[in-house]
Design a binder for this molecule. Structure first.
Ligand SMILES: [Zn+2]
Length: 194
């Protein structure tokens, strides 16, 4: 068995031993809010936003972007599970700032194996081919500027035809150096409930 698999299952046994009464939690989030944030391993929304099991929905993807699938989750979160306030939280030093669609397409066209980053901050392939050209069908939703990406995503959610006007959408950047959430005022303004 892989080391990681062993570790995860051991941690889970410990979690089960201390599970307490969490088996009685209702499905709808008790604090009625949702967070859309990046999958970055340094971010722990439960800790940075003070969540316990049952409190809130956390939707994560690369960049914390308001992709069609993220919006699908948010609409379900509100429509069926009663959340009333949403956060879009991107972060400093996000990996999504280190490439663009063209770079990703070229890398994947060469090889599917893990790529490397050189000292100049340029990606290059060290793994063998073949690669695939399927990547050209995907928008990778990369980020050039965090404030701009938070603003764009809040606007995309705010103006989506399936999102009702009365949900405030807050825009923040998590600072990886301090753990602090920093508001993007233009995003929060754009995300105001009407
Ligand atoms: Zn990120």
């Amino acid at each position: 068995m892989s080391k990681i698999l062993n570790e995860v299952l051991a941690a889970n046994r410990e979690y089960v031993d201390n599970f307490g009464d969490k088996g009685d939690l209702p499905m709808p989030p008790g604090r009625h809010f949702a967070i859309l944030t990046c999958m970055d391993a340094r971010l722990d929304p439960a800790k940075y936003a003070g969540l316990a099991e049952g409190d809130a929905h956390v939707i994560r993807n690369a960049g914390g972007r308001a992709s069609d699938d993220a919006i699908r989750s948010l609409v379900i979160s509100y429509k069926l599970l009663g959340t009333r306030e949403w956060f879009v939280i991107h972060h400093t030093n996000c990996g999504m700032e280190l490439f663009n669609d063209e770079i990703m397409r070229d890398l994947l066209a060469n090889s599917l194996k893990t790529a490397s980053l050189n000292e100049q901050g340029l990606w290059y392939d060290t793994g063998e081919g073949p690669g695939s050209h399927e990547a050209k069908h995907i928008s990778w939703l990369t980020i050039k500027d965090q404030e701009q990406s938070v603003h764009e995503d809040v606007v995309r959610i705010r103006t989506h035809p399936l999102v009702p006007r009365d949900i405030p959408v807050y825009g923040y950047i998590y600072d990886c150096k301090t753990g602090r959430l920093i508001e993007v005022p233009s995003a929060t303004e754009a995300g105001k409930a009407a």
